[in-house]
Structure formats: structure tokens, C-alpha cells
Design a protein around this ligand. Structure first.
Ligand SMILES: Nc1nc2c(c(=O)[nH]1)N[C@H]1C(S)=C(S)[C@@H](COP(=O)(O)OP(=O)(O)OC[C@H]3O[C@@H](n4cnc5c(=O)[nH]c(N)nc54)[C@H](O)[C@@H]3O)O[C@H]1N2
Ligand SMILES: Nc1nc2c(c(=O)[nH]1)N[C@H]1C(S)=C(S)[C@@H](COP(=O)(O)OP(=O)(O)OC[C@H]3O[C@@H](n4cnc5c(=O)[nH]c(N)nc54)[C@H](O)[C@@H]3O)O[C@H]1N2
Ligand code: SF4
Ligand SMILES: [Mo]
Length: 769
């Protein structure tokens, strides 16, 4: 194939899209890439130079184009017929059916009987429009999203300490030269591989400190004098951080002038950590006193010169005390004077592609666009004016994700549910119960481009466009707004999510306009966000297309804000708040209900990610290269813990607790603690990690306890590999999709035929029943 130079390709008119500069579909690092069509196959992906990735991409990014013309791609709406089979339908029939069901459900049970579940992968335009669609077209308060499972604890901690929540309040490249980086509960070597280059300075100065119960690929970077790996007992990070705060205060390492000038609450904080002397902290966490002292020393040395950063990830945030743990990390940073300094700071590493923007524009239960509070009368008045409705037309706050999912199909709960950009049948905690709830609905509508495990349970499936087929914006982990650009034409049949929402809103007689044009929606988002904490009003597509770096807040007529807090924090008075926190057992939140750990020889189960797969795996399990590299769930277990239970390396293993049983393959790994096993959550069906996790939530953030459960581990009773990956498991779920009343397979072969699937692909390989 003759390849034209990329700029020339990109200048061709929109209907014949032939490549573009855009960003990766997956995680919040939003690595820059160029997509170029190739003859006879998926387009080519190349890394592009950009401050976050500097040309690098991980294996998921490199292979992301494999999904664009994937044989299992949905390109026609599916509607479940009276015989229980999901069958191809026209757009008019599908949208008509959905609108009729909304009208009937509202008439019979009220508007709050219709619910919506969004996703942190949606562009800003889609996330904004989804929040508006729920409040105005459906008239419901019942909307939340999968970011509740991701950023909610860190967001709550940031809001309470700083008065605003932007994951990294500084550009990621600020980390490059830092002397010390304390990385708590994050495995960036697998979850954001190109990010690792930003740890180089800290490694060179011996100042990289990684806190993880597992010796991860990231922890390995601390070897050979590059730093320290602290390997605490799972779920003891709060105590660890209180102990570090104690050391900083008692060893005279605190920045007294900064505390006096820029913070409130020092005296109460100092009292609250007084009892966390090093020996006690060490007994609770298992981390040696010498390592605690060395960590405090490295942080203080960096704070004085070279820079110190404290970063948190899901390993410390996805707990029932995740907000308090993130708060303790911020307290430690404030004691050292890091936040708001030009060379030091605190941040959380946002997860999903638009995990930052997706938490700002109104798909959260308590939120209106611009990171405004839905309970704030001034915010309601502002947004009502932009939407052209009476303030009273905007419902009040809804329910956080776990409560929302628990309300499905219950008296007084949600009876009809829309899912856009999430796969909660796999990724929500205690998934057996979640699937029961999804099955008990009067109607489930799922918008996706694949028949995810959640879509397989739906009554109506609406096929959407993929990232490379549409324009929009996302906001990366630094709070920088980026342009996603359409690079390839969409397959005939699929429609943009904005078009779908607009079509439904029109059928429902919504009292405001719903455009299907991303730039028009963004223009409205700017107005709705104006004056809010996440103010986008000064950003437009032309600015982003010029290559300018646009960090919010970016008010109209102003400039962006790469570094927050240099002059002031966002609380009234401009000071950051030190907030005393304590572990549950010593007087912290009494609502905390984590599983009791290690009773009767039980092991702690930690869950998380592998390099090859993304989230519920709905996308990456369908990429042949990734599925081949990681075909099924493997339980990482220390050889001694396995041998004591008669489990051979590579043998089948059953992981169980009162909530469920998962069946997978054992993989010996000396990187695990003797008392802890690790299971990725990327696999569905019998391999699901979330069969075992608890729906207990953090009382402040609503974050579930994903990271620590109690389990027994025994030689497998079901052959490993049963219901392993991709379509095989979809089949298993599908068989009982609607329960005993109307079980039935999906006519996927018919659906794909109707959509003009490529000839020569056997129906079975396309997930045909
Ligand atoms: N390959 C890949 N990359 C991804 C994603 C993906 O699915 N796959 N998802 C993206 C998203 S949405 C997110 S949120 C990020 C998540 O990125 P990370 O936070 O890096 O990912 P996790 O693997 O969930 O958790 C990180 C680490 O927490 C550790 N951990 C478990 N329990 C504890 C504990 O009690 N204390 C401490 N200190 N550590 C603990 C685990 O051992 C694990 O190594 O990744 C993003 N990038
Ligand atoms: N045990 C355990 N469970 C966890 C976690 C953990 O660490 N341990 N981590 C949690 C975290 S941090 C997260 S972020 C969640 C994520 O969990 P999920 O919400 O399940 O995330 P995805 O697998 O990304 O699901 C996104 C779905 O939407 C589709 N999709 C992608 N883009 C779009 C779009 O633009 N529009 C539409 N309509 N669909 C789209 C994809 O095909 C996929 O089916 O999982 C959580 N669950
Ligand atoms: S690190 Fe994240 S953004 Fe970068 S290529 Fe991998 S998945 Fe995509
Ligand atoms: Mo996430």
C-alpha cells in the first residue's frame, strides 16, 4: 500500500476519513497515537510524541485497532423477542421500543424507576449528555457510573483536603526529576507502562518507594538501590500512613512554616497520630521500623531539595476505608509541605480513559456539569438556565453505584435500566447478586459495541461507535483536555451514542435540545461548566486542534491551569485542611465492614490488573494477541501456601467464601505474601474475581471493598478453563440470560448476518449460539 504522509491524509474531507492524530481508547494516560488506514486489514497504530507517553504505547494500545473491524462487532440493534431471543431490529423499532418502555415504566412507577449507569470511558461530550439525558429526558435522579468503583475515594479525599478533585494537580512530566516518589497501591508497570519513564529521576536518586503487598513489576524497580519496597499486610495502609505522619512530626521533619501559612487543623492532626509510634505501626502493618524511618527520611530529603511526590492508586483507595486512607496520604504530603509547591505534590493516578472528565460533567449521582453539586441552589440555577428549563425540572441527588445496583428490580427501586460504557455483570462487587438484580429488571438497555456479559442480559442492545470512529474530547489523568478524532469510517449500522441519546430524547419529548454533533455538545458543556470547579468555558475544539495544552480550570478569556494550588487551595480562605482519620478498630468509621482476615487459615484475596487486559475484559479478551498471551484467570499464590493446600503449580484451584466460588488455574509466585493471593478481575463467568468480593462500601465515597476479601483456597473441583474467555463465557451467561421465565440464546449469527458480517468467519467463532 502506498502511504501518504499523515498530515496530507488528515486534511482530506470528513466523509472519507483516512487517519488521524488521536489518543488511545483505554487508560487515563491517554497515550498519543496516529491511526493510518491499511489495505485489507485493521488500520495501523503508531505511538506519537506527547508528554505523557513520549511516543510509547503499551501492548493494549498497539493492538487496539483489532477491535474496529472485529467479527463480533455489533452493527445492528438487537431486541429480545417474545420467545426470549435477542434478534436484529431496525433502529426505529429498537428506539421506539425503548421509548415506549420508558413511558410505561414512568407512568406505572414514577420517573425514579428508570435508572442509568454510565462509564469513565465515555468522552466528555457523551458523559455530559448522559447526565442531561437522565435528568431531563428520563426525569430521573437515578444515575451513577463505574467511576464510583474507581476514583470515588480519592475524589472524596481531594475534595475534603483541597476543596477540589483533579487527579494530578500538576503535569505528569513534573515527576521526571523528583528525588523521592512514594507510590502507594499502584502497579504502573502493568497498568500504565509508558508512565514508568516518569519514575526515572527518583530511581536514579534511590528515592522510589513502592507500597504493595505483592512484589509487583513496579516494586521490582526499587531493586539495586533504586529505592524501597514496603510489603504491608493487605488493608493496613491507613495505619502505615498514620505511622509515617507520626515519624515526620516526631523526628522534626514537618514543614512548620508551610503548615502555619497554608493549612488548617495541625493541632488535631498531631494529636490523632500521636499513638502511632513506629513499633506499633510496624506490628500492625508488618513493615519493619527501619523501612518506615527510611521512607520518612527520603520524603523529607526530597521536600527540601529535588522534589517529593506522594501518589496513590486503587490498591489503597478501593477499600471501605479508602477515603480515609487517601486522606492520610494527603495529610502526610501536607505535613511535608508538598501540595502546591512547584517541585513537589500529591496526586492520585486516575484509571479510565476519561476517568477525570467522566467524573466532572454530571453522570455522578450527586453532580451537575463543571463538577457542581446537584444540591447547590446556585449550581442548579446556572445549569437550568443553560438547559433552558425551570430549576425544579432537575431532579435531586440519586444513589451511588452499589446502592443503585442493589435497588434494581426491588419494590420502590429501578425497574428499567440503561447501561452506557460499563460491564457491571463482571466488574461490580459481589457479581452473583448484581447479575440476579439485572435479571430481575422489567427492561435492560445496554449500549455497547460488543455483546458484553451485561449486554447479553439486555432486552435491547444499541450498537455504538468506537473511539477511532468519532470526534470528542477526554480529560487525561493530569486534568488536560485532549481531542479524540475520527480516523476511520464507522461500520454501517452502528450509530454514535450522541445520536442515540438525541433520538430517544426526541421520542420522549424532552424539554431541552439534544444534539448529535460532538462540537455542539462541547460548546454547551463549556457553558454549563462555566464558573464551576471544573471550568472548561475557555476551551474549544479550535484551541485543542492547535495543539495547545489545556488544563482545567480554563475560564473563558483566561488561560489553563497546569499546576493547581501554587497560590491557594480551593477551600474558602485558600488553605488545605488536615483531617484526622483513624482505622476502624481504633475509633474510625463504624460503618466499616471489611471481611475479618486470616480467620482459621483463610487467605486474603487481593484483586487487580494484568498488563494484557483492560477492566472487565469485554474489549481485550477479543483481541487475539492479548487473549493468547493471557487466556484465562490465574490465581497468583506463594508456592508454600499452595503446597500446604496440595495445590500444584498450574493445577486447577477453587477460591471460595460465603459469597461465591471462582475456578481458575494456580500460578506459583514467590512475589506474593504467604497470607495473600492475587486474582485479576478481567475474566467473566466462573473465573470472576467479583464472585468473591464484598459489596460493603466506604461510608464517605461509596467505593466498594474490591481489594481485600477473605477466601479459602483448595485444589480445584471444576476443571480450570471451563467457561474460560471471550465468547465461550458469553454463551454460558447467555444461556440463562433472562432467568427461568424466558431463557433463550441470542441470535448472534443472524445479528451479524443482518449487519453484513465478513463472510468466511464461522458463526461459532463469532459467538453464535
Ligand atoms: N493493563 C491494565 N491497565 C489499566 C487498567 C486495566 O484494567 N488493565 N485499568 C485502568 C484503570 S480504570 C485503573 S483504575 C488503573 C488501576 O491501576 P492500579 O491502581 O495500578 O491497578 P490495580 O492492579 O487495580 O492495583 C494496584 C496494586 O494494588 C495492590 N494492592 C492490593 N491490595 C492492596 C493493599 O491493601 N495495599 C496496597 N498498598 N496495595 C494493594 C495490588 O497488589 C496491585 O498491584 O489502571 C488503568 N490501567
Ligand atoms: N475485583 C475488582 N473489580 C473491579 C476493580 C478491581 O480492581 N477489582 N476495579 C474497578 C475499576 S477501577 C473500574 S474503572 C471498573 C471498570 O469496570 P467496567 O465498567 O466493567 O469497565 P469496562 O470493561 O471498561 O467496561 C466498559 C464497557 O463499555 C464498552 N464501551 C467502551 N467504550 C464505550 C463507549 O464509548 N460507549 C459505550 N456505550 N460503551 C463503551 C466496552 O465494550 C465494555 O463492554 O471495574 C471495577 N471493578
Ligand atoms: S498505557 Fe494506557 S493509554 Fe497508553 S497505550 Fe497503554 S492502555 Fe493505552
Ligand atoms: Mo478504574
Amino acid at each position: 500500500m502506498v502511504r501518504l504522509p499523515a498530515p496530507l491524509l488528515r486534511s482530506l474531507p470528513g466523509r472519507h476519513l483516512v487517519g488521524a492524530d488521536t489518543h488511545c481508547p483505554y487508560c487515563a494516560l491517554q497515550c498519543a497515537m496516529t491511526i493510518t488506514p491499511a489495505a485489507g486489514g485493521p488500520p495501523e497504530i503508531a505511538g506519537r510524541d506527547f508528554p505523557t507517553n513520549r511516543g510509547g504505547l503499551c501492548r493494549k494500545g498497539w493492538t487496539s485497532a483489532a477491535l474496529l473491524d472485529h467479527p463480533e462487532r455489533l452493527t445492528t440493534p438487537l431486541v429480545r423477542a417474545d420467545d426470549g431471543v435477542l434478534r436484529p431490529a431496525s433502529w426505529d423499532a429498537a428506539l421506539g421500543r425503548v421509548a415506549a418502555q420508558v413511558t410505561a415504566t414512568r407512568a406505572a412507577h414514577g420517573a425514579d424507576a428508570v435508572g442509568v449507569f454510565g462509564g469513565g470511558g465515555l468522552t466528555n461530550e457523551k458523559a455530559y449528555q448522559l447526565g442531561k439525558f437522565a435528568r431531563l429526558a428520563l426525569g430521573t435522579s437515578r444515575i451513577d457510573y463505574n467511576g464510583r468503583f474507581c476514583m470515588a475515594s480519592a475524589a472524596a479525599a481531594g475534595n475534603r483536603a483541597f476543596g477540589v478533585d483533579r487527579g494530578l494537580p500538576f503535569p505528569v512530566s513534573d515527576l521526571d526529576g523528583a528525588h523521592t516518589i512514594l507510590l502507594l497501591g499502584s502497579n504502573v508497570a502493568e497498568t500504565m507502562p509508558p508512565f514508568v519513564q516518569h519514575l526515572r529521576g527518583a530511581r536514579e536518586s534511590g528515592g522510589l518507594v513502592v507500597v504493595d503487598p505483592r512484589r509487583t513489576a513496579t516494586a521490582d524497580f526499587t531493586a539495586d538501590g533504586a529505592g524501597l519496597h514496603l510489603q504491608p499486610v493487605p488493608a493496613t495502609d491507613l495505619a502505615l500512613l498514620l505511622g509515617l505522619c507520626h515519624l515526620v512530626i516526631h523526628d522534626g521533619l514537618a514543614d512548620k512554616a508551610y503548615l502555619a501559612d497554608r493549612t488548617t487543623g495541625y493541632a488535631a492532626l498531631a494529636r490523632s497520630v500521636a499513638a502511632w509510634w513506629p513499633e506499633r505501626t510496624s506490628r500492625t502493618t508488618g513493615v519493619p521500623v527501619a523501612q518506615l524511618r527510611e521512607t520518612a527520611r527520603l520524603l523529607a530529603a526530597g521536600a527540601r531539595s529535588g522534589g517529593s511526590y506522594i501518589l496513590t492508586g486503587r490498591g489503597v483507595e478501593q477499600h471501605v476505608d479508602g477515603t480515609d486512607t487517601a486522606t492520610a496520604a494527603i495529610n502526610l504530603a501536607l505535613l511535608l509541605g508538598l501540595p502546591g509547591s512547584a517541585h513537589s505534590g500529591y496526586g492520585t493516578l486516575t484509571g479510565q480513559g476519561n476517568g477525570q472528565g467522566g467524573r466532572e460533567h454530571g453522570q455522578k449521582a450527586d453532580q451537575l456539569p463543571g463538577y457542581r453539586k446537584i444540591t447547590d441552589p446556585a449550581a442548579r440555577a446556572h445549569v437550568a438556565k443553560v438547559w433552558g428549563v425551570e430549576e425544579a425540572a432537575i431532579p435531586g441527588p440519586g444513589l451511588p453505584a452499589v446502592e443503585l445496583l442493589a435497588s434494581l428490580g426491588r419494590p420502590g427501586g429501578v425497574r428499567m435500566f440503561f447501561v452506557h460504557g460499563a460491564n457491571p455483570a463482571v466488574s461490580a462487587p459481589d457479581s452473583t447478586r448484581v447479575v440476579d438484580r439485572l435479571r430481575s429488571l422489567d427492561a435492560l438497555v445496554v449500549c455497547d459495541f460488543f455483546l458484553s456479559e451485561t449486554a447479553a442480559l439486555a432486552d435491547v442492545v444499541l450498537p455504538a461507535l468506537q473511539w477511532a470512529e468519532e470526534d470528542g474530547t477526554v480529560t487525561n489523568l493530569e486534568g488536560r483536555v485532549l481531542r479524540r478524532r475520527a480516523a476511520v469510517p464507522p461500520p454501517p449500522g452502528a450509530r454514535s451514542e450522541l445520536w442515540i441519546m438525541a433520538g430517544l430524547a426526541a421520542r420522549l419529548g424532552a424539554p431541552s435540545s439534544f444534539s448529535d454533533d460532538p462540537e455542539t455538545v462541547f460548546t454547551e458543556l463549556r457553558a454549563a461548566s462555566a464558573g464551576g470547579p471544573a471550568d472548561y468555558s475557555g476551551i474549544d475544539y479550535a484551541l485543542l486542534d492547535s495543539g495547545a495544552a489545556a488544563y482545567w480550570p480554563y475560564p473563558s478569556g483566561g488561560t489553563g491551569t497546569p499546576r493547581l494550588f501554587l497560590d491557594a487551595f480551593a477551600h474558602d480562605g485558600g488553605r488545605a485542611a488536615l483531617v484526622p482519620v483513624a482505622p476502624a478498630a481504633t475509633g474510625g468509621h463504624d460503618a466499616v465492614t471489611r471481611d475479618p482476615l486470616f480467620a482459621g487459615g483463610a487467605l486474603a484475596l487481593a484483586t487487580g490488573r494484568l498488563l494484557e487486559h483492560y477492566q472487565s475484559g469485554a474489549q481485550t479478551r477479543r483481541v487475539p494477541e492479548l487473549a493468547a498471551a493471557s487466556p484465562g484467570a490465574r490465581l497468583l499464590i506463594h508456592p508454600a501456601a499452595a503446597a500446604a493446600r496440595g495445590i500444584p503449580d498450574g493445577g486447577p484451584v477453587t477460591v471460595a467464601n460465603a459469597r461465591g466460588e471462582a475456578h481458575c488455574t494456580a500460578e506459583y509466585s514467590t512475589a506474593q505474601r504467604l497470607d495473600t493471593v492475587f486474582l485479576p478481575f478481567h475474566f467473566p463467568g466462573l473465573q470472576g474475581a467479583n464472585l468473591l468480593t464484598s459489596s460493603a462500601t466506604d461510608p464517605v465515597s461509596g467505593m466498594p471493598e474490591f481489594k481485600t476479601s477473605s477466601v479459602t483456597v483448595a485444589p480445584g473441583r471444576v476443571p480450570a478453563g471451563q467457561g474460560s474467555t471471550g465468547h465461550r463465557v458469553v454463551t454460558g451467561l447467555r444461556a440463562g440470560a433472562r432467568g427461568a421465565s424466558d431463557p433463550g440464546p441470542v441470535d448472534m449469527a443472524g445479528a451479524l448476518r443482518a449487519a453484513g458480517a465478513r463472510p468466511g468467519t464461522p458463526a461459532t467463532e463469532r459467538g453464535g449460539a
